[in-house]
Design a protein around this ligand. Structure first.
Ligand SMILES: *[C@@H]1O[C@H](CO)[C@@H](O)[C@H](O)[C@H]1NC(C)=O
Ligand SMILES: *[C@@H]1O[C@H](CO)[C@@H](O)[C@H](O)[C@H]1NC(C)=O
Ligand SMILES: [Cu+2]
Length: 170
């Protein structure tokens, strides 16, 4: 009946409580000129299934997904590939490095309007698809069936009860 027990229980249930996050690029500044997007990305845990939202006044900026070379040299892809809604939402569908630039004027080259992130795998259930409100009782495919069955049986109320029992040492 120690913190170790509580920790183990939390380790088992925590994946159930994890859900996809929206990251507003630049937070309240949005997608804009002369903002340090590398500093903004620093320390953030981007996961598969999360979303990036680029916010800016329509027509002033745009968003291109590029590769590392395009990022480095501010190479604009064809205009047809631009996102232009001013509220561009990109689902981070795969792990790995992702690069985005603004393709308007010299915003990328002259005003560092570029973002580089690394997306981490959504462990420990890589097959889990993003859903609006994952229910703990809902059956989902897990690689490890024993682990999966434990999680599927857990009900939020039970989780609280088990945690309380552990803390107060019944
Ligand atoms: C990067 O993208 C450009 C097109 O924007 C392409 O020509 C180039 O081959 C790509 N480089 C790599 C390493 O994939
Ligand atoms: C912007 O996009 C997000 C995510 O797609 C959406 O939830 C939100 O309602 C949109 N906001 C506006 C102002 O369109
Ligand atoms: Cu721009």
């Amino acid at each position: 009946m120690s913190f170790r027990h509580v920790f183990i229980i939390l380790a088992i249930i925590s994946p159930v409580m994890v859900s996809a996050k929206d990251f507003i690029v630049g937070d309240e500044k949005g997608w804009t000129l002369s903002f340090d997007y590398q500093a903004w990305a620093q320390g953030k845990d981007f996961r598969v299934g999360d979303r990036l939202v680029f916010k800016y006044p329509v027509g002033v900026h745009n968003v291109f997904k590029v590769n590392g070379t395009g990022f480095q040299n501010c190479i604009k892809p064809p205009l047809s590939e631009a996102l232009t809604s001013g509220n561009d939402t990109i689902v981070l569908a795969t792990p790995g490095r992702k690069w985005y630039i603004c393709g308007v004027g010299r915003h990328c080259a002259a005003a560092s309007m570029k973002l580089f992130i690394n997306v981490n795998a959504d462990s420990p259930a890589p097959t889990m698809t993003p859903s609006p409100s994952p229910s703990p009782s809902q059956s989902m495919p897990y690689a490890n069936s024993a682990y999966g069955s434990i999680r599927n049986v857990l009900h939020p109320a039970m989780v609280v009860l088990v945690a309380l029992v552990s803390i107060f040492g019944a």
